[in-house]
Design a protein around this ligand. Structure first.
Ligand code: GDP
Ligand code: IMO
Ligand code: MG
Length: 424
């Protein structure tokens, strides 16, 4: 099994590249996160945003698996599936759900909003999809799983959890009864889809020599353990999460594709050492179209952060780097890269300190010359603009992994691989 995951704060372009690589694979599987994700695919002049459905869904031969590590919102899922069916995607044939995936209940979303409100100015900037309360119930051993919907006591169990949630909530919204009815309708709708033991499913696929690609959501710097805690999401977004989120043993992992933007973005609150709160940041947002695919919020923008990238490469065991959105930097004459941090006590380091939340960090930059547009139809890295080649080489030398894919536009065909990908 190979893994493709984000090395920054999410939105690196995972959806685009999973869709691009999918023809090399038989199975694409999500292993964590839920509707907080927004993965954009762009082909035949049309844009598609997927939240809970793996990005292999538009390739008819692919089996798409939603693993046990995912938290599922049935209401959002029903809408996503119906939208795909309108496009004649045969979702019933190609979509498989783990019976162990946790369910996001309507009260989880209300709790998410209440918990964010209670944090006041320390709010996380959650997508308010109920992610944190659902994972809290999972870890608290009181969550409901998709497979539980198949038992006659499902509604009873639902009511018990809802009663527990209500203890921590005031009044429910006036339209809650309607939302609840829609939730139960969506659960019935989902029962028409394939619910599987995804750990056996993936294991059988690997044993049959089928190629499996695990698709990460969010990014390494949002990981619950290794991200900028507490400004993180509530799951393990790193490669180890693919093992627990799918039931695949670590020795089955082959390639780990780490995907990053040629600069940095972050949506929501939390530390961002290279953030540019000036005209340059504004230009990055404008040229990069940096607005959230799930919430529409403007993304915060800044230069590439090598200490953070290095850390992400280490934690994930990245074997190949994919660099995205190189076209967005073409309007800039000068491009900066943070190589080190200066800490409050004057220490200069290329390592990510354990606390980047309360400690003020000053990035130390190296400046590069900008590059011209990438010519359409080029077939090799040697044909990339010289200054971009210099940029690539510098990152490779400092991060210790090769950049084997460069993306220069949202469409499938604005992608250049160094060599044809061999999936073993
Ligand atoms: P994901 O969450 O990692 O799948 O990424 P998102 O879909 O949230 O955000 C990536 C955005 O960048 C989307 O709007 C993509 O269409 C777009 N995109 C991806 N690759 C490129 C690229 O190389 N150049 C440009 N200009 N846009 C890109
Ligand atoms: P994809 O898969 C970018 C951010 C939120 C918030 C924090 C916690 O599209 O890359 P949550 O709703 O998970 O409790 O929010 O994490 N966040 C993302 N940022 N891309 C995502 O997903 C994200 N999913 C969550 O903005 O700061
Ligand atoms: Mg996204």
């Amino acid at each position: 099994m190979d893994i493709l995951l984000g090395l920054q704060w999410g939105d690196e372009g995972k959806g685009k590249i999973v869709d691009f690589l999918a023809p090399k694979y038989d199975v694409v599987a999500r292993f964590q996160g839920g509707p907080n994700a927004g993965h954009t695919l762009f082909f035949d002049g049309l844009k598609h945003v997927l939240h809970q459905i793996p990005s292999g869904i538009f390739r008819p031969a692919i089996q798409n698996v939603v693993g046990n590590g995912v938290v599922l919102d049935a209401l959002i899922l029903k809408k996503e599936i119906e939208a795909l069916q309108k496009l004649n995607v045969d979702v019933k044939k190609s979509l498989f759900f783990s019976k162990k995936a946790q369910l996001i209940l309507p009260t989880h979303r209300i709790l998410d909003a209440a918990q964010e409100k209670a944090k006041g100015s320390n709010k996380i900037g959650s997508t308010l999809k109920g992610i944190s309360p659902t994972y809290q119930d999972k870890i608290g051993r009181s969550g409901l799983r998709l497979g539980d919907t198949l038992y006659p006591n499902f509604k009873e169990r639902y009511q018990a959890i809802k009663a527990k949630h209500l203890e921590g909530l005031g009044d429910l919204p006036a339209d809650f009864a309607q939302t609840e009815q829609e939730f139960f309708d969506a659960i019935e709708f989902l029962k028409e889809f394939k619910m599987i033991e995804s750990e056996y499913f993936v294991d059988d696929a690997i044993k049959a020599n089928k190629k499996v690609l695990a698709e990460g959501a969010q990014g390494t710097l949002l990981d619950i353990d290794f991200g900028s805690y507490p400004f993180v999401t509530s799951s393990n977004t790193v490669s180890a999460g693919a093992c627990t989120g799918l039931g695949v043993a670590p020795n089955k992992i082959k390639e780990v594709f780490g995907i990053f933007k040629a600069y940095c973005t972050r949506v929501g609150s939390g530390p961002f050492p290279t953030e540019l709160e000036d005209e340059t940041g504004e230009s990055l947002r404008k040229f990069g179209g940096e607005f959230g695919a799930t919430t529409g919020r403007p993304r915060r923008c800044g230069w590439l952060d090598l200490p953070a990238l290095n850390y992400a490469v280490m934690i994930n065991g990245v074997t190949q780097l994919f660099m995205m959105k190189t076209d967005v930097l073409t309007p800039f004459d000068e491009i900066k890269v943070c190589t080190h941090y200066k800490l409050e006590d004057g220490t200069i380091t290329d390592r990510l300190p354990h606390d980047i939340v309360t400690q003020k960090i000053e990035p130390i930059y190296k400046t590069f010359k900008g590059w011209e547009d990438i010519a359409e139809g080029i077939t090799s890295f040697e044909e990339l603009p010289k200054n971009l080649q210099t940029y690539i080489q510098f990152i490779e030398e400092n991060v210790g992994a090769a950049i084997t894919l460069v993306s220069f536009g949202p469409e499938r065909n604005a992608t250049l691989m160094k060599d044809e990908l061999q999936v073993v």
